[in-house]
Design a protein around this ligand. Structure first.
Ligand SMILES: Cc1cc2nc3c(=O)[nH]c(=O)nc-3n(C[C@H](O)[C@H](O)[C@H](O)COP(=O)(O)OP(=O)(O)OC[C@H]3O[C@@H](n4cnc5c(N)ncnc54)[C@H](O)[C@@H]3O)c2cc1C
Length: 247
């Protein structure tokens, strides 16, 4: 396997870390900021475990306002940030950098609204993919994209990676199943894109965010479509004599 070249470490950030830590601790509850080696060790990698690197610090905000203030501060101080959902990504997107703050979204773990009439769910980004289906299945609904990591992966991570699964053959990937997001841009600006309705006017900014791997901002809320479960499900096996015949 060839090694990925990680960005050069900005030593000026490392030298200022005490000052940076004390300022970040004021932007959330002090216990939501981690910097001791034993505390940040679990964040040193994601599911691409061949690569490991300790972050400068880990912050676990609890509200969109906190995310906005953290990003505003990091933007002004030229500090890199890496958003992290459940850390199941296989492309190293949540891999920390030694001079970067890792923003973990695990405290954003609530389903905010279930709207059966409009067939959608509004969820915080740390909610797991499967728990959306669990929340609506009593009324015969489900959330279609089903990555095989769905028990653990977060809906925010799904948006950032445009994840899909077996159901995607019929229903598409995450980009075809979300209606709106709240995202905090890297300078701290809070934006709402889309909503509960299909095809909002203007440019398809939602399509741009979906699959952007945490590079454009931190997603703080996601509105997903839910579908009615089919009355019957049947498995079919089709054989083709050659790959070409199979398409
Ligand atoms: C066993 C296994 C099976 C898998 N199967 C599939 C599969 O079938 N289909 C598939 O598509 N993937 C699959 N994956 C990959 C992975 O689960 C998905 O990419 C998933 O969407 C990642 O979600 P996460 O919450 O773990 O994100 P993380 O790994 O934490 O992060 C992934 C990326 O998203 C960004 N990110 C996370 N949260 C946010 C946020 N709130 N705002 C902005 N950016 C954010 C991170 O910066 C990073 O770039 C699998 C992984 C494993 C380990």
């Amino acid at each position: 396997m060839s090694n990925i070249a990680l960005p050069k470490i900005d030593q000026s950030i490392i030298e200022r870390k005490k000052n940076i830590f004390s300022k970040l601790k004021k932007l959330t509850a002090p216990e939501n900021f981690l910097s001791h080696e034993a505390e940040i060790k679990p964040y040193e990698t994601d599911a691409l475990a061949a690569y490991k690197q300790m972050p400068l610090g880990v912050i676990l905000p609890e509200s969109t306002e906190e995310v906005s203030n953290i990003l505003k501060f990091c933007y002004q101080e030229n500090i890199k940030v890496v958003p992290r959902g459940a850390g199941t990504g296989l492309s190293g997107g949540a891999l920390p950098l030694q001079d970067a703050i890792l923003i973990s979204l695990t405290k954003f773990n609530k389903i905010l609204e279930i709207d059966f009439a409009n067939k959608c769910v509004v969820a915080q980004p740390g909610v797991t993919n499967l728990s959306i289906t669990h929340a609506v299945q009593h009324k015969g609904f489900y959330y279609a994209p089903d990555p095989s990591s769905q028990l653990a992966c977060s809906i925010g991570g799904n948006v950032a990676e445009n994840s899909g699964g077996v159901h995607s053959l019929k229903y598409g990937t995450t980009t075809n199943n979300i209606l709106g997001v709240e995202i905090v841009l890297m300078d701290g600006t809070i934006c709402r894109l889309g909503g509960k309705a299909l095809d909002q006017e203007g440019y398809d900014m939602l399509g741009l965010i979906c699959g952007s791997e945490g590079l454009l901002g931190v997603i703080t809320e996601v509105t997903v479509k839910i579908l009615k479960k089919p009355q019957t499900v049947k498995a079919a096996l089709i054989g083709f004599p050659t790959h070409e015949d199979g398409g």
